[in-house]
Structure formats: structure tokens, C-alpha cells
Design a protein around this ligand. Structure first.
Ligand SMILES: [Zn+2]
Length: 192
């Protein structure tokens, strides 16, 4: 078995273990934020890699000598680190602004998942906001790869519309859950 394939299998096994046990695990304080039933599983996976600083960003690839430049694929201005891509890049900031307008919440400071986890909101609201932020992060990483490999970058307003439509479908599928009246009003508001 090649080294690459072994590494892929190892990551897959770890992910499956995390996904099936993650809601109960407390090894990392942020674990319960990522393994969230409101979120799309592939979004959970990418966010798990983000939180572990395990994505192959250009800064990381440059540091180990794989590539010669370490500038962000999206803005081409700053070093492409996990913190830059998901907290500082103008592209993610625009997506987060659109997401917060939609969800009627303030803009997160720093790491949006940890920030959300600390809010004094109902668990239902926290889970939905976390799921939306994880969808935003997933799409930023997708756009980053598309910019790097194909030279194509879709405008944040277009990406956000895709993200919002996806999350609306997911929320409607889960709408049979019993939630308190204030949560129900908020969910109806963001679904309309
Ligand atoms: Zn950038």
C-alpha cells in the first residue's frame, strides 16, 4: 500500500471514529461544536481539519518546500494560513457578513465556531449558526482549491446564495424537531 493511500485510509478511519463518537467526546473543547447534527457531514469533516490546523494551506506547503509561494489563493495579498483563510481574508469576511445578516446575529470575532459556542443562545440557535458557519468555511476552502487548481473564483455573493439555499433545504428537512416557540419564530424568519 502506498504511503499516500495509507494516509488517506488513516484519515478516513479517524474521521469515521470522530463522526460516530464526536458528540460524546470531549478530548478537544471544540469537538462538540464541529460534530453537530444540524451541519452537513462533509462540512463537519473540513471544519474538523480546520480546527486541528490540518489543512494543506499554501503557507504549510511552502514551509515544507512543496511550493514556492505562500500567498492566499483568493486575495493574493496575505500568507495563506488557516487563520487568514477563515478569519481574516476579505472573501471569508464578506461571506460571514452575508451569513450574519441572514441569521440576524452580530458578526463573529476571531474563530467563528468558538465565538458561537460562547454565545448565550439556545442550543438550537447555536447549532444552526454553527452549521451555517461551517458551510461558509467549507465553501471558502472549495473556492481556495478552485482558485489554486483552475484559476476560477466565484463571487462571494453567488457562493453565499448557494450556501443559504443548501442550508435552507437542510433546515426544512429537520423542521419536524420539537423546538421552543422563540426558536421556531427565528427559524421561520430565516427560512422565509
Ligand atoms: Zn486571502
Amino acid at each position: 500500500m502506498s504511503g499516500n493511500w495509507k494516509a488517506i485510509c488513516k484519515t478516513r478511519d479517524l474521521f469515521q471514529h470522530e463522526y460516530s463518537h464526536g458528540l460524546r467526546r470531549q478530548k478537544w473543547g471544540w469537538s462538540k461544536l464541529v460534530w453537530n447534527n444540524a451541519a452537513v457531514p462533509k462540512h463537519c469533516f473540513v471544519n474538523w481539519l480546520i480546527m486541528r490546523n490540518a489543512l494543506n494551506t499554501k503557507e504549510k506547503l511552502h514551509r515544507i518546500g512543496v511550493i514556492s509561494d505562500d500567498l492566499c489563493c483568493i486575495c493574493q495579498v496575505s500568507f495563506e494560513t488557516v487563520t487568514h483563510l477563515f478569519q481574516q481574508c476579505p472573501y471569508v469576511l464578506k461571506l460571514l457578513e452575508l451569513a450574519c445578516d441572514w441569521l440576524k446575529i452580530p458578526k463573529p470575532q476571531g474563530n467563528s465556531l468558538i465565538w458561537t459556542g460562547r454565545r448565550n443562545w439556545s442550543q438550537v440557535q447555536k447549532d444552526i449558526c454553527l452549521a451555517v458557519f461551517m458551510a461558509v468555511h467549507y465553501m471558502v476552502w472549495q473556492q481556495c482549491n478552485s482558485a489554486r487548481l483552475e484559476g476560477v473564483l466565484v463571487r462571494p455573493t453567488v457562493v453565499f446564495t448557494q450556501c443559504k439555499n443548501l442550508m435552507k433545504i437542510r433546515l426544512r428537512c429537520q423542521s419536524s424537531k420539537v423546538v421552543r416557540a422563540s426558536d421556531r419564530d427565528w427559524i421561520n424568519c430565516i427560512l422565509n
